[in-house]
Design a protein around this ligand. Sequence first.
Ligand code: SF4
Length: 269
Amino acid sequence: MSQNSKIEWTDATWNPVRGCTKVSPGCAHCYAETFAERFRGVPGHPYEHGFDLRLVPHKLTEPLRWKTPRMIFVNSMSDLFHLDVPDGYIIDVARVMQAANWHTFQVLTKRSVRMRDLLRTKLRFAARKLHIWWGTSVENRKHGLPRIRHLRAAPAAIRFLSIEPLLEDIGTIDLRGIAWVIVGGESGPGARPMKREWVLSIQNQCKDAEVPFFFKQWGGVQKSRNGRALDGQTYNEYPQCNPPGTPMREIRLTVLADIERRYNGQLVR
Ligand code: SF4
């Protein structure tokens, strides 16, 4: 786990899976791929296999050991619902999140169909927890709007949208059942531009629907130059949720012991 994330809308990142494959135009300049591929072939480095997808069982129990409450972005370097991640492993990630109820978990995917289907079935036990937020990425109309429909059809208590990188005017969004919207432009080499009116359209829709709006960044090749002020103001709104739970020692120890037994020998390195 990285305890101090640079991502504006979270405190920390937790990556029990590493690596991914591209699914839509929003992936074109994937920061996780760029980072991971830098270390391909470096022996002993967490990303010595580059961006190839692999499970990282020794990371599974980290949030249970991390005592200070944090907002935790789950799989900032992957996608939990990638088809190569077995259902059983996703369930174990969710069991850890359920037990570590003093944190707030932010799960973000582009594989919204699989997330919806699992939240209806094997992940039902975690779907309605207020400290686990389930979100999908939206970059354009073609790929993003169907994902919003899938998310709204999932029985999640807290649903959110990460509209980043915003690549076009996405028009009218159905925000019923959505608790939080993040908007941001693409950053880094080759960043595609984001127009102010596209952002304002989403902001106005959030205002009308009373959905908290978080403006992450304008982006650009040098994102620090463009900042994150929208018409002179910074928007850092979050969903209003109940305060996080308190650690329940017995549950925490039971989940820890069970995962350690089943992933015997793979948890420490
Ligand atoms: S789904 Fe996310 S992590 Fe995976 S390639 Fe696309 S942008 Fe990168």
